[in-house]
Design a protein around this ligand. Structure first.
Ligand code: ADP
Ligand code: MG
Length: 319
């Protein structure tokens, strides 16, 4: 449904996006997660046609944004980081104004009433926008994005600056909208994408660092595994045996825990317990203990944004 291929973008000398590709199927909620300056807004501005890329393409329902910008824009509802609100208008006048600007061809009054009900702003329709709370203003921004019934919603950090209660409300609203929309939502908060999204893409320094299903990322059996292991034998032999096992990306020497027994932590891209067992048995090393340690998505995200993962593994990791 949405195909983003090899997007790159440089602002003067600053490479904001470097060969970003991903796709999203109809009805999915995709979380675009990354620290400030990662390239989230740049990507969203390109997908929505507000910014051109230096190279690469964006296709929505088979239509290319560069070739058919008007047709593609009609399929997308966009809530930018700074919602385009006219503060001196009432909510109703503003939505009517945007309805006309977008040249929506639906019965205006009914359409706006339905959207106001859906995003729960019917009670403030006659209020001036500048007098609304930030939470309500954000919902007015969402209402604007829903004008014309677009099937795709692009929401750039929709909960920034809201208080906890408003955040819960907006997240609930987004999950509801996710039942009949395809949504890309950006956030710098791991907990937010975990709470709302089916799929997560982690972006850092303009590159995709990891991607996967949220459900795969939250249980222990994710692709990043860690084992605590105690082996009896020569320290150097044990270290090199563990390092050579297929799938192992790092072996850390913790130290001697009993005489002649050494503790290591082993990080791997998959479950390597059986391989380690067989390799040790072959070389007559005795495994005294082997304990999987849960690696949370938080660990993965932190290691990516602090640069640890990049040094260890230059490839995109499937979380
Ligand atoms: P995010 O939304 O993830 O915080 P952005 O896409 O806004 O990241 O920014 C990515 C990088 O591009 C950052 O280094 C930012 O400083 C830079 N950048 C964004 N917009 C501009 C611009 N209009 N001119 C120059 N640099 C920009
Ligand atoms: Mg941004």
């Amino acid at each position: 449904m949405i195909k983003v291929k090899n997007l790159s973008k440089t602002y003067v000398k600053n490479k904001a996006l470097d060969n970003v590709s991903f796709s999203i199927s109809e009805g999915e909620i995709l979380g675009f997660l990354g620290p400030n300056g990662a390239g989230k807004s740049t990507t969203m501005n390109i997908i929505t046609g507000y910014l051109s890329s230096d190279s690469g393409s964006v296709e929505i329902n088979g239509k290319d944004i560069m070739e058919e910008p008007a047709a593609v824009k009609k399929m997308i509802g966009y809530l930018p980081e700074q919602p385009p609100l006219y503060n001196d208008m009432t909510v109703e006048k503003y939505l009517e104004f945007m309805f006309k600007l977008k040249k929506v061809r639906l019965p205006m009054k009914e359409h706006i009433s339905k959207i106001c009900e859906d995003v729960k702003i019917s009670d403030v329709r006659n209020r001036i926008i500048k007098n609304l709370s930030k939470g309500y203003r954000q919902r007015v921004g969402l209402a604007q994005a829903l004008l014309g019934d677009p099937k795709v919603l692009i929401l750039d950090e929709p909960t920034v600056g809201l208080d906890p209660e408003q955040i819960i409300e907006i997240r609930r609203l987004i999950r509801d909208l996710g039942k009949d929309h395809t949504i890309i939502l950006s956030s710098h908060l791991l907990s937010e994408v975990q709470a709302v999204c089916d799929k997560i893409i982690i972006i850092n320094h303009g590159k995709i660092a990891a991607q996967g299903l949220t459900s795969d990322m939250t249980h222990t059996g994710s692709a990043t595994h860690r084992l605590d292991i105690i082996v009896e034998g020569r320290r150097q032999t044990v270290h090199s045996l563990l390092s050579k096992v297929d799938g192992v990306v790092a072996v850390n020497d913790i130290g001697e825990c009993e005489k002649g027994c050494f503790e290591f932590t082993v990080e791997s891209s998959r479950d390597v317990r059986r391989l380690i067992f067989r390799a040790a048995a072959k070389t007559d090393l005795c495994i005294l203990s082997m304990k999987p340690v849960a690696v949370s998505l938080e660990d993965t995200y932190l290691s990516i944004i602090t640069g640890k993962a990049e040094e260890e593994n230059n490839n995109v990791s499937d979380i």
